[in-house]
Design a protein around this ligand. Sequence first.
Ligand code: HSE
Length: 445
Amino acid sequence: MGFKVGLLGLGTVGTGTVDIMLHPEQRHPLVGQLELHRVGVRSLDKPRQVAVPTDILTTDLEAIVTSPEVDIVVELIGGLEPARSLILKAIAHGKHVVTANKAVIARYGDEIFTAAEKAGVYVLLEAAVGGGIPVIEPLKQSLSANRIQSILGIINGTTNYILTRMTQEGGDFAEILADAQQLGYAEADPTADVDGLDAADKIAILASLAFGGRVKRSEVYCEGIRRVSAADIAYAEKLGFAIKLLAIAKRDDDAPALLDKFQQADHLQIRVHPTLVPKSHPLASVNQVYNAILIEGDPVGEVMFFGPGAGAGPTASAVVSDILNIAAILTVDRAGPSSDRKPLDPLLACAHQHYCTLAPMDDLVTRFYARLITHDYPGVIGQLGTCFGQHQVSLESVVQTDVKGDRAEIVVVTHDVREGNMNQALEEIRGFDAVEEVASVLRVL
Ligand code: HSE
């Protein structure tokens, strides 16, 4: 007896998923036991790039998630609704669920996993983060003996592509974005990618798995790449850095000492922002649409996952691996004595209930890069240095590189400082007569 799959959505990833299922040769033998039972689509008339038998296509997605015949529902329609409701309905009808939907999981994970636990079904989501890169299952299983300390990731391919081209061509954000849209590397509405929302969804999911607690997506600090300029990229390059959109999740070592050690373990910093990454760092050379996730754990040390973060084939590879995980469990269940309810594999299911607390950004301690446009008066650098000093901001370097007429461009890089102190210093600096503009402020890894 095979495993009946009800697929919701036949877009790029759905098409890749069907393609694997229809061509099981030389893959794991379980692939041959997957049976594409129904495929839910928006329109029956649309030409398809994969040979799906037309009699299994339907526009009635509810009928798929409630069908007594379906074992596994694969949600690949994306977006919040109706995806969330269909996932919940599938769970309520006892279906295992595989999804690539990071937005739904990051926002409604509590509701979905609570329902799944109650119903005794799995909700697997390898494809939601890093496309074809295995990272969810390694966090759940292969790295589960570790105390995870940090996750640093380039987990949005669109922004990595844009930043790579800005670096290689010296182009401005708007012009490269327009070209990326023409070439199909960026969506017509690029908001979720370029404003960092997609990466924030993904790091919320990774942090939740790595640190064993729920994360409120709305509390994740998120800053995109729209304000990164060609000038910043050029200065960063001269200073020995690449600019990358990093998603970062860490245990917060600076958590107030009054928290006991168990509370401290659940006190995290989670953030997404463009970051100056030293060129010697392994993430600095991850370019184009590639993704990479660097995980540090005790005792494993640093492990890096690298690969294609999107696309039909890579993402479908992750989707089908989740389907196979469920099929493998069902194989064992079906071979054993029948019982109404089998316990869930604790390494594959998600059972944490409590929420992690996130550190306010003002308390973050990091290095900063700032570019200021000033008048070229005597004493301006001294004035800036004094102000930074008064706010406990110690400077690592100050460079005045570009003087045009009476205008100067001054770039400072700080030592580690508290973000709140840096912001106070900049606030004061913005009010100086000699300062025309604080043109950009970026964090440094
Ligand atoms: N839009 C995502 C990216 C791919 O650019 O990485 C899907 O997660």
